[in-house]
Design a binder for this molecule. Sequence first.
Ligand SMILES: [Zn+2]
Length: 254
Amino acid sequence: MVAKPLLARVALVDQVTALLTQRILDRAYAPGDRLNIDALTREFEVSSSPIREALTRLAALGLVASTSFSGFSVAPEPPRAWFEQLRDFRILNESWAARQLARTRQAGPIAAMRASVEAMEQELSRSAESDCDYVGASRLDEAFHGAMLSACGNEILARAVRNLHPHLHHARLFNSRPHGIKPVLDEHGAILEAIVRGDEDAAAAAVAHHLNISWQRYCDDASLQPVGVAATAASPPRRAAPAPASRRAAASPS
Ligand SMILES: [Zn+2]
């Protein structure tokens, strides 16, 4: 009797959070748009509590800004420099994580990474390459990287990467643009292959290559030129398939 209303309320907050997230990713709400609690309460026909709680969650993710004077609004998109710093931070940490997993070769995380690759293959076979569900592909990509980070043996490092919500912010920036997942599928395959055969150097290089070239694809797609490519990942990994030149315009998860 006590748990039921609580579960219902939690589910309601989850639903409101998911709906608002989707609207921000789809740009139905533009950066800077005010998110009026009273208006949302009327539209969703719920009390103000789940709306306020959902907005607070989104503020923690960096999708919503909150001030004591003007209330909630859609947060501005992070600048290009932030994404490039994020790329470099991920290269440093995730290359190290890949190296650890290539040494330990834990079955569970490797199976989770393989499941992500296989799900992406299925998504690719279902959809035209340029018409994949970006947010869905981004979730599969997040699962791949998350499994690798979870196995690195350093929870502080893993949490530091996760707490930046890189996939969410990339999805926000690139959700509305044409994209494909074939290049990222090849790059994930190269990472996984290196880990499975226990090649630490190749695994670290494959991760660095993937994160670097993903950002280059984003910049190509957005007609932005990257400020710089991380020096730690200048060399492509052994046995990693390069992205075909014809696919250069396709943004993809990383
Ligand atoms: Zn990736």
